[in-house]
Design a protein around this ligand. Structure first.
Ligand SMILES: C[S@@+](CC[C@H](N)C(=O)[O-])C[C@H]1O[C@@H](n2cnc3c(N)ncnc32)[C@H](O)[C@@H]1O
Length: 402
């Protein structure tokens, strides 16, 4: 898959043929375009973050869609969110976040490698991502230069634990916010978990996201056990019939010889009562009256009639589909570099300032809490405050008084 900036006069030349950019102008997305030399075709697709992730120029390891989707969902990133990411890398994660937050959101992206920062900034501008602000900065040493700003933070750095205290400063204080750190080694996870605990984050959880795509194939229809049993039975009957025919033939031959010998010696016919095997054949034919004639037709009934006219391509495909069944199996190789995702929550500080805010309008307290997002941890925290303590707070006394 290749990203193409359509430029009149240019050509795409690949193993599927030659394609003139001018021919692509004005075509609806999804159009299948044949090559000029008839060698193949391409599809014109609308650029999306998912396609960009699959086709972007790699300057670093990148995040793939399974991790991206999970992180965006767990960080509760949505239209209008203010998000921090470090480092920017090749901008794979940035594109999906930019689409999710939309024009009313803000993505503060940090990259300490100057050339990567410049390239990513150019790409963001080219893709119209005006909600992204990229800073060339070492966030572990210099922090994020933001205070009380972000709803969510995502760290894809070799030493995220060094950036955790800086991240806390940059996160909003009056609502529940979330952080995620992406690390390939468990040692990094342990150091990150320590840093998150020390900085007062709660609700620490670690995940590994695994994608298991399946390939679908048409395979010949499976034969039922009943029909196999039936075929084995017919085969055995046919075998037995052949054996009995051979026995009958050799008996006949022997009797003929015997009769000839007796006629030569005395004359007079011999009464042929038949052998035990001949009797068995008569019994077999009696119990399976149709088998003697049906065996061959039963066996050949599933094969193609050689005298019928040859099938054309479409008919052959339909015939193959009719006698096959779809099956799926997991793909042996999946693109992506899987890492551990460590999530944590930062609860709003229950400090004097907030209490005063609530006291201003006690009736509005419920509405304020509804405005912010709650988590299980937050509910637990609230539940752990004795009711009379909470009443006193709401009635205008600072928590510290207790
Ligand atoms: C693995 S890449 C990020 C890939 C990115 N998430 C994506 O999906 O394309 C990590 C990036 O972090 C940058 N980096 C490492 N340490 C940093 C720091 N202290 N401050 C800012 N950026 C840093 C590296 O230069 C690198 O480009």
């Amino acid at each position: 898959m290749v990203p193409v900036t359509v430029t009149p006069g240019l050509e795409i030349n690949n193993r599927f043929g030659v394609f003139n950019h001018t021919d692509l102008i004005g075509l609806p997305y999804g159009t299948k375009v044949s090559s000029r030399n008839g060698r193949g075709f391409v599809y014109v697709l609308r650029p999306t973050p998912e396609l960009w992730t699959l086709s972007l120029p790699h300057r670093t390891q990148i995040l793939y869609i399974a991790d991206i989707a999970f992180i965006i969902s767990c960080l509760n990133i949505r239209p209008g969110s203010s998000v921090i990411e470090a480092g920017t890398g090749s901008g794979s994660f940035s594109h999906s976040v930019a689409r999710t937050i939309g024009p009313s959101g803000r993505l503060h992206s940090y990259e300490f490698h100057e050339e990567r920062a410049t390239k990513a900034r150019d790409e963001f501008a080219l893709h119209g991502m005006t909600m992204v602000e990229l800073s060339h900065r070492n966030v572990c040493q210099q922090g994020f230069a933001l205070l009380d700003e972000a709803d969510a933070v995502f760290l894809d750095l070799p030493a995220p634990w060094e950036a955790v205290p800086h991240a806390k400063l940059a996160m909003k204080k009056n609502r529940v916010t979330h952080i995620c750190c992406f690390s390939p080694c468990i040692e990094q996870v342990l150091r990150t978990v320590n840093a998150l605990n020390r900085s007062g984050f709660t609700d620490l959880t670690m995940y590994e996201t695994l994608l298991r795509p399946h390939e679908v194939h048409q395979v010949p229809k499976l034969v039922s056990i009943d029909s196999i049993v039936e075929q084995v039975k017919l085969h055995e009957i046919k075998k037995e019939q052949r054996r009995l025919q051979q026995v009958e033939a050799s008996d006949k031959k022997r009797n003929n010889l015997k009769r000839k010998r007796e006629q030569t010696e005395e004359g007079g016919p011999d009464l042929d009562l038949g052998t035990g095997d001949q009797k068995r054949r008569r019994d077999l034919d009696a119990s399976h009256p149709s088998t003697a004639v049906d065996v061959d037709s039963t066996v050949t009934k599933h094969t193609l009639d050689p005298s019928s006219p040859p099938l054309n391509h479409k008919e052959a495909r339909l015939a193959a589909l009719a006698t096959s069944t779809p099956m799926s199996k997991p793909m042996p190789e999946v693109r992506g570099h899987t890492s551990y995702l460590t999530f944590a929550t930062l609860l709003p500080a229950l400090n004097n300032e907030m209490v005063m805010e609530k006291n201003d309008d006690p009736d509005n307290v419920g509405a304020r809490w509804e405005d912010t997002e709650t988590t299980d941890a937050f509910d637990q925290l609230l539940a752990s405050i004795p009711e009379d303590e909470l009443d006193r707070v709401l009635a205008g006394q600072a928590l510290a008084d207790g």
